[in-house]
Design a binder for this molecule. Structure first.
Ligand code: ATP
Ligand code: MG
Ligand code: MG
Ligand code: MG
Length: 476
């Protein structure tokens, strides 16, 4: 089942059950406290907080989401993307747990001929919050068996926005991929064998003050209880298309195929690091395309910096796989072709998106080229001094002035028969990072409130300084 078909079935199911279809909001909302929309409920927050009256009691949407927090998972787990589509159904003081559970269960288990996804109920697991017996009973009511219901704690199965306001237990649905993918024992034991598909949030209580997500006082029950759910469209595609990885689905695999042609390397040929690079290319190109579509341009801080970093990681990954020339245009065209059935406006905007992305690629390739000259000089002077170790100073200058990632320096040094004083490099990086942190703290960035974005916020509006501050050196 193709992804746009999954989207359609989801929407039809909920429209038939009386929900108003609401189009996806932009990834970028007019709110300095949020980098990007990270969940389907975000555009509805004013309704949940009671600040505005919704024009409907029940709604359904397929919201574009970007989670920068998941960037390090990309290409390593089978299930994380930085951009993904969250399909949701929402009740504003209308139906509650019973219907939320029933709607989800029927869509997942109804046969394909009847508009459902046709999942085998025996492979679906449900989780409930520790003391949420009501949800557990309702799962039994729809036909779930006690052996496949797990109770989980605050971290996994209790939702709040981290501030006083609505909160409540959640209940999640997982698909068991089978013993060849991991150990027995349900989602609590192995979240790569048991893939999380859908999160149902039951907003039933009001929380008071307290620090963070997990320690606060519950003031009492909300006068109007709400439902907020999120189903990962890409995850359902991954599970229904009979592939082993979200990157092998109709939306992402075509980019990997182009990357194989352009780099001359094979995907799934037994080299885990190569496979990761292929997936990074597919994931990040897609996220970049969707961000550019929503008005983000590459820059040195905030959203623009995230976009810049994604695009540069694509370029670096392609080079590490052996590409020598420009590849971005081909990747972008491929993403646009795969995503247009779901997002028709992409086709109209294709030229602009391509120009922005390839412009960044060209600038970065130039950076790499300039760095290569400096690198050559450093190698020459190292050799003529009779040394075999490139100094930490040189590695730092390459990084700091030319945005030259350390792994590239290491790789090229080894090709030139030299090693690199990594300790010296790291000491200089630590010094610089501390300086940047002191700066950022004194600047009080407008984005500083949401801890999930901290890694970007901490950087402040600094020059791009490569990749290794954000990901480990083993990665791009
Ligand atoms: P996980 O535990 O797998 O990281 P999550 O618990 O963080 O997922 P939720 O915040 O509950 O996810 O989001 C609701 C749904 O959105 C998930 O059940 C999943 O189907 C989907 N989803 C979440 N994060 C991603 C992602 N990075 N890529 C693709 N789909 C995602
Ligand atoms: Mg997650
Ligand atoms: Mg989870
Ligand atoms: Mg979840």
């Amino acid at each position: 089942m193709q992804t746009h078909e999954i989207r359609k079935r989801f929407t039809d199911h909920f429209v038939k059950a009386g929900h108003t279809q609401v189009p996806s909001a932009s990834l970028v909302l007019n709110d300095p406290n949020q980098l990007f929309v990270i969940a389907g409920m975000v555009p509805f927050v004013p309704y949940f907080l009671g600040q505005q009256t919704p024009p409907y009691d029940r709604a359904t949407s397929i919201q574009k989401c970007v989670r920068t927090l998941d960037i390090e998972e990309v290409g390593i787990t089978t299930r994380h993307n930085t951009f993904f589509q969250m399909a949701g159904n929402f009740s504003f003081g209308d139906y509650f747990k019973r219907d939320a559970i029933r709607f989800a269960w029927t869509l997942l288990t109804n046969p394909v001929e009847e508009g459902g996804f046709g999942f085998d109920p025996e492979r679906l697991w449900s989780t409930v919050y520790l003391d949420d017996d009501e949800a557990r009973d309702l799962w039994l009511e729809v036909g779930q068996v006690p052996e496949r219901i797990q109770r989980r704690g605050m971290k996994d199965n209790y939702w709040s926005m981290g501030i006083p306001g609505p909160c409540g237990p959640c209940s999640e649905i997982f698909f068991d991929r089978g013993p060849e993918y991991g150990v027995e024992g349900g989602p609590e034991a192995d979240e790569d064998r048991y893939i999380e598909i859908w999160n149902l949030v039951f907003m039933q209580n009001e929380r008071g003050q307290g620090t963070g997500k997990e320690s606060f006082e519950i003031l009492g029950e909300l006068p109007k209880k709400n439902i907020d759910t999120g189903m990962g469209v890409e995850r359902v595609a991954f599970l229904l298309q009979g592939v082993d990885n979200v990157y092998d689905t109709d939306l992402l695999r075509p980019v990997i195929d182009r990357a194989q042609e352009l780099t001359g390397q094979r995907y799934n040929a037994g080299d885990a690091e190569h496979d990761r690079l292929f997936r990074v290319i597919a994931d990040h190109t897609r996220t970049a395309v969707m961000l550019i579509e929503d008005g983000v341009n590459p820059g040195n801080d905030g959203r623009g910096y995230v976009l810049r970093r994604l695009l540069r990681r694509v370029v670096r990954s392609a080079r590490l796989l052996g590409a020598t020339g420009e590849t971005m245009g081909v990747f972008v065209d491929t993403v646009i072709a795969t995503m247009t059935p779901s997002y028709p406006s992409l086709a109209d905007d294709a030229k602009r998106i391509r120009t922005v992305a390839t412009g960044e690629e060209q600038a970065f390739l130039k950076t790499l080229e300039q760095g290569t000259t400096l690198f050559g000089n450093a190698v020459d002077s190292t050799r003529s001094a009779g040394r075999t170790v490139l100094s930490g100073d040189d590695a730092f200058t390459l990084h700091d002035t030319y945005g030259f990632p350390i792994d590239l320096t290491l790789e090229m040094a080894s090709e030139a028969g030299l090693s690199v004083d990594e300790d010296g490099f790291r000491a200089l990086m630590t010094e610089q990072r501390q300086r940047a942190k002191d700066d950022a703290n004194s600047r009080k960035s407008a984005l500083a409130d949401l801890s999930v974005f901290r890694e970007f916020v901490d950087r402040g509006p600094t020059e791009f300084t490569g990749f290794d501050e954000l990901v480990s050196d083993a990665q791009v």
